[in-house]
Design a protein around this ligand. Structure first.
Ligand SMILES: C[S@@+](CC[C@H](N)C(=O)[O-])C[C@H]1O[C@@H](n2cnc3c(N)ncnc32)[C@H](O)[C@@H]1O
Length: 313
């Protein structure tokens, strides 16, 4: 199957990176290589791009897409939470820019057997990294009702989370849930008919929630941003594109905290905590897609770009 994915906020994020032709850049969510291609085009022979993705299919597609840039590109199959370690293996201790374009690619969604989509019937899976053992099947069949409720409510922002969790637990008492089709059937039964008639596919929010849990998406993001900011050279920038309000909040808070990390009480005349600012937030408000992009690419709908610039004092 062809790797199809339309990059979101492409121009905006590339412009915000302030690319230096001889700089070192890291794309932590390589996907089909859309953003990376635009970075590579702006590099000279002295520049370098390291592309990271945990998905084997993305690695294969991006390797092909970026072939023309030869030695300027190094592709690594890993989780971006291990960026510092992976760069260390390449002898790199600091970089000029980092980009993250979170979530799943259209390719992952289109590949039915990966189990990300509620549009096809496939085994419950949803792993971005197929080497990982935890999949949607374990989440759906082994998590407690309370855990499922919290995940579906918080990560899916689903109004009927409680009832969906209850229905899942009662259905699996009869027989393990094995496929996306079986899960969709249970979700539909848990949502009142009236509510089902509006607001898109009834399983959309629950599927998103389970995917976020399977791939520990929020935990990974929250525990990686600090390292990435520390990796930046003076004036180096990190650009993060999010698709979920919780992701955006994590990025916003981490950037703010890095700009103003002081934890001294307000009434202290001078700082004694010793925590020094790491740089400044470039985007007070997130950059969102243009009307044109929203019309052209429905996947861009909830996307937000935030940018932080490192300042080394
Ligand atoms: C939205 S796509 C990126 C698309 C890419 N920017 C482009 O223009 O083609 C997100 C990609 O990031 C990968 N990904 C998501 N979270 C990751 C993580 N924690 N570590 C490594 N890769 C991750 C997914 O496997 C997917 O291929």
């Amino acid at each position: 199957m062809e790797f199809r994915h339309k990059s979101v906020l492409l121009e905006e994020s590339i412009e915000a990176l302030h690319i230096r032709p001889d700089g070192i850049y890291v794309d932590g969510t390589l996907g089909g290589g859309g953003h990376s291609y635009e970075i590579c085009r702006r590099l000279s022979d002295g520049g370098r791009l390291i592309g990271i993705d945990q998905d084997a299919a993305a690695i294969a597609a991006a390797t092909k897409r970026l072939e023309e840039f030869k030695d300027r590109v190094t592709i690594v199959r890993s989780n971006y939470c291990d960026m510092k370690k992976e760069l260390g293996k390449l002898g790199i201790t600091s970089v000029d820019g980092v980009i993250l374009d979170l979530g799943v690619s259209s390719y992952q969604l289109d590949e039915a057997e990966r189990g990300f989509t509620y549009r096809e019937d496939a085994p419950l899976d949803m792993r971005m990294d197929q080497r990982q053992t935890l999949s949607a099947k374990e989440v759906v069949n082994d998590y407690s009702e309370m855990e499922l409720y919290h995940i579906i409510r918080d990560y899916g922002e689903e109004r009927f989370a409680k009832n969906i969790a209850k229905h899942i637990v009662s259905a699996r008492k009869e027989k393990q849930l094995e496929t996306t089709g079986e899960l969709i059937h249970v979700i539909k039964a848990a949502i009142p008919a009236k509510a089902r008639a509006t607001g898109g596919h009834p399983a959309k929010r629950t599927f998103q929630a389970i995917r976020i849990e399977v791939n520990r998406e929020l935990y990974v993001l929250d525990h990686s941003l600090g390292d990435m900011i520390d990796l930046l050279n003076d004036k180096g920038r990190i650009c993060v594109i999010t698709f979920h309000s919780l992701e955006d909040r994590i990025v916003k808070n981490k950037f703010r905290e890095s700009e103003n990390p002081c934890t001294c009480p307000k009434e202290f005349p001078v700082c004694i905590c010793g925590k020094k600012p790491k740089g400044r937030v470039i985007t007070r408000k997130p950059i969102v897609p243009s009307e044109e992009e929203l019309e052209e690419n429905t996947r861009s709908k909830s996307s937000k770009l935030r940018v932080f610039e490192r300042e080394i004092q």
